[in-house]
Design a protein around this ligand. Structure first.
Ligand code: IPE
Ligand code: IPE
Ligand code: MG
Length: 254
């Protein structure tokens, strides 16, 4: 679709958005980089580079419409199983991308967080990510959380280990205590809207605990094709859902 009509479509869809019902935490499974590259006759890593370039636009858009948290699934614990060249390219891409975007994020008042298992991350990449996290701590706009070396089950395992190491007894264990021991516990709330690109309909171990009651949205768009129009469509779909949290429709409408 031509640029002009895409902009018009964005305007038209934005007019339908209820500004009082913006999901506070949107989590995105950014899938389909490899297939996008293949369609273009390019190697998979070409798709990862293009995918990274797309992040900026989505972050800005979410920040502008008042989303508080955007968490992006960039590398799962299972992704270590991929060919080593792809893994090392991705790891390098995470630090170079975030270093390049740091000033732009700061100018937009965006905070940055890492969510995942720190051990087994390449130390140099972790160091760079930590440095950027610290340097954007003061910002008060959208919190951009990048989930790298993240697995929902691993997160729960690590939470249990942390609870045991603090000496808690079985009778102390509550859902709240588990939530308090997840990665980024003080920062990241439950997920309201979970989006997956590329047409796959699974969550692939993303936000297992925080996503227990998130609304799921699947789109056939591949991640490098996902733009503001796609984002608004997801938000409109979310706004048309009734979140009942186990109650009846009558109860939640009261
Ligand atoms: C998602 O794209 C990015 C990562 C998992 C790092 P993929 O690389 O999984 O792309 P497809 O699914 O093979 O198309
Ligand atoms: C999920 O995508 C992980 C990320 C987007 C980082 P995958 O491509 O790894 O998921 P599966 O293997 O198709 O479930
Ligand atoms: Mg994939």
């Amino acid at each position: 679709m031509a640029e002009q009509s895409r902009d018009e479509l964005l305007k038209k869809l934005m007019a339908e958005v209820d500004p009082k019902n913006i999901p506070a935490h949107i989590a995105i499974i950014m899938d389909g980089n490899g297939r996008w590259a293949k369609k273009k006759g390019q190697p998979r890593v070409f798709g990862h580079h293009e995918g990274a370039r797309r992040v900026k636009n989505i972050v800005r858009f979410c920040n502008d419409i008042g989303v508080k948290h955007l968490s992006l699934y960039a590398f799962s614990i299972e992704n270590w199983l991929r060919p080593s060249l792809e893994v090392s390219t991705l790891m390098r891409l995470f630090s170079t991308y975030i270093i390049k975007e740091r000033d732009g994020l700061d100018a937009e008042n965006v905070r940055f967080e890492f969510c995942g298992r720190r051990e087994s991350m390449p130390p140099k990449v972790m160091e760079e990510l930590d440095r950027i996290v610290a340097s954007l701590k003061h910002n008060t706009g959208l919190v951009l959380t990048v989930c790298i070396n993240y697995g929902g089950r691993a997160e729960i395992v690590d939470a249990v280990k942390s609870i045991i190491s603090k000496g808690y007894k079985p009778e102390d264990i509550t859902e709240e205590l588990i939530s308090q021991n997840l990665y980024c516990a003080d920062i990241l709330p439950d997920v309201d809207l979970m989006i997956r690109t590329s047409g796959e309909m699974r969550t692939s171990n993303f936000h297992i605990w925080r996503g227990a009651y998130s609304e799921l949205y699947f789109t056939p768009a591949l991640w490098p094709e996902f733009d503001s129009v796609e984002m608004v469509k997801a938000i409109l779909a979310y706004q048309n859902r009734e979140r009942r949290f186990g109650m009846t429709s009558e109860q939640v409408q009261e």
